[in-house]
Design a binder for this molecule. Structure first.
Ligand code: AMP
Ligand code: MG
Length: 470
């Protein structure tokens, strides 16, 4: 039986220079590891058995109506411009319009080489596939814009990194896969017609109310500002905020060496390839602004000098730190029970973060404990916490329902790195139970079930670095 989905492909109708048509490379023995039934329903996908799903989402059988292609893009990687990246191991099957009326890309990742593979094998191994599955679904459950995971399929083939590892394919669903780098490639090549076509396409797809390229820039800056503040409010470090991993829709995209922090430290870095700490936790706002400056530079290539585009683009990018700060304040104020933040609240929040950093307090548990009656247990220096606490209690005395505000802003469960590593090791050994359990608990992150999943890693369990998703 051929799997069917109500495809309605708009990207494939764009000019040929935007992509290369290519089909996934079949795999030896596709086995379904995970499938997101509830997401499949909202996408209007037909019911199918595990074997059909494995064949479809392993890349062995094209679903009816698919128009598979690899997208072209470029990007700044760690600050250096790479004129051609593109989907080197991902293939867009097509788009569907979901039950909320939103257009969604359905893309295979790890589905074999493409003309953009640049010497890579076009494959992914099981570890990063399951990591992205769990972390992206956790992000969604936390209410933070993100790509989703639809399926994970084991390929039955080994792939070679430093050693032989089991291969897998992830199917991800996104509002689109347009990136800052998608604009950069045409801007840098001086392909102004393509740049205009892409700009119109992005506006129509994501920000229909936006007025021209500068309207688009404004909208993306606003979406990215909210996203960065949301990440920070849950202690998330993306790890590789290159411009090719920065989405136009404002969704979290390209989960590689990402992580949620356990003990709070503002300069925390996880990615093993980020030796300079460019993408450290508290650098993320600055980097988002830098990325938006690259988008601005690309977008203005299509504007008349007479339009004063440079002045307007500069104004928009310069406004972004303020947008992030406002979004940050709103999110962190809620974490301490303040529904409507005042400018002075920033100092109160910063004081708490400083205490947490000094004491090595667990970011998630310390905030979560504020709405209980044993918050002091999260701090080594209880006296210092008590001093902060009395200031804080005075501030929230006038709040109508601080406890409810905190409970809605402070998750009990995040995908902790050591749990993810444990889940990956079990899956490699053929045991998917830890994956299933983690996924289920993370679907309701504000509920205090599964007490052991709340626990920070022991000294031995700490995972010091995460490695690139290749
Ligand atoms: P990433 O760091 O995963 O965002 O990837 C950066 C670029 O490298 C993108 O163009 C990817 O498609 C490409 N890439 C990453 N891993 C592979 C691989 N195993 N084979 C081919 N291309 C890859
Ligand atoms: Mg990428």
């Amino acid at each position: 039986m051929t799997f069917s989905a109500p495809f309605d492909n708009s990207f494939a109708a764009l000019p040929a220079g935007f992509y290369t048509r290519i089909t996934p490379t079949p795999v030896a023995d596709p086995k379904l590891l995970a499938f997101n039934d509830s997401l499949a329903k909202t996408l209007g996908l037909a019911d199918a058995g595990a074997d059909d799903l494995a064949f479809t989402f392993g890349g062995n059988e094209l679903p009816q109506g698919a128009d598979p292609l690899a997208q072209l893009y470029a990007g700044h990687q760690f600050g250096n411009y790479n004129p051609q990246l593109g989907d080197g191991r991902a293939i867009l099957l097509g788009e569907v319009v979901d039950s909320d009326g939103n257009r969604r890309d359905i893309q295979l990742k790890g589905s074999g080489p493409t003309p953009y593979s640049r010497g890579g094998d076009g494959r992914a191994w099981l570890g990063p596939v399951l990591r992205e599955y769990v972390v992206s679904e956790a992000m969604h459950a936390l209410g933070i814009p993100t790509t989703r995971a639809l399926a994970a399929v084991a390929t039955g083939e080994d792939i070679y990194r430093e050693t032989a590892l089991p291969g897998a394919v992830l199917t991800r669903v996104a509002s689109s896969h347009l990136r800052v780098g998608t604009f950069q490639v045409f801007a840098h090549r001086g392909e102004v017609e393509n740049l205009r076509t892409l700009t119109d396409y992005a506006i129509k797809r994501h920000y229909p109310q936006a007025d021209g390229p500068m309207g688009l820039l404004r909208a993306v800056c606003a979406a990215q500002a909210d996203l960065i503040a949301a990440w920070m409010s849950v202690g998330f470090i993306h790890g590789v905020m290159n411009t090719d991993n920065c989405s136009i829709s404002g969704e979290t995209i390209d989960y590689g060496p990402c992580a949620f922090m356990d003990a709070f430290h503002a300069n925390r870095v996880f990615s093993s390839i980020d030796r300079q700490g460019r993408y450290a936790f508290s650098n993320q706002p600055q980097i988002a602004v830098w990325n938006m400056a690259q988008l601005a530079t690309a977008l203005i290539q299509q504007m008349d000098v007479a339009d004063d585009a440079i002045a307007e683009a500069t104004e928009i990018v310069h406004a972004m730190p303020g947008l992030i700060e406002a979004a940050w304040l709103k999110r962190f104020a809620a974490k301490i029970g303040i529904a409507k933040a005042e400018p002075d609240d920033a100092a109160l929040i910063e004081d708490l973060l400083a205490l947490m950093q000094r004491d090595g307090a667990d970011f998630t548990n310390a905030f979560h404990a504020l709405s209980g009656d044993a918050a002091q247990d999260q701090f080594a220096d209880r006296d210092a916490f008590a001093v902060w606490q009395s200031k804080w209690l005075a501030r929230i005395a006038s709040e109508p329902d601080p406890k409810a505000v905190m409970q809605a802003a402070n998750p009990a469960i995040i995908p902790r790195n050591h749990r993810i590593e444990h889940m990956i090791q079990a899956a490699v050994a053929g045991d998917m139970a830890p994956f299933d359990r983690l996924l289920k608990a993370l679907a309701t992150p504000f509920e205090t079930t599964d007490a052991d999943l709340h626990t920070p890693p022991t000294e031995q369990e700490i995972v010091p670095a995460t490695f690139c998703g290749t």
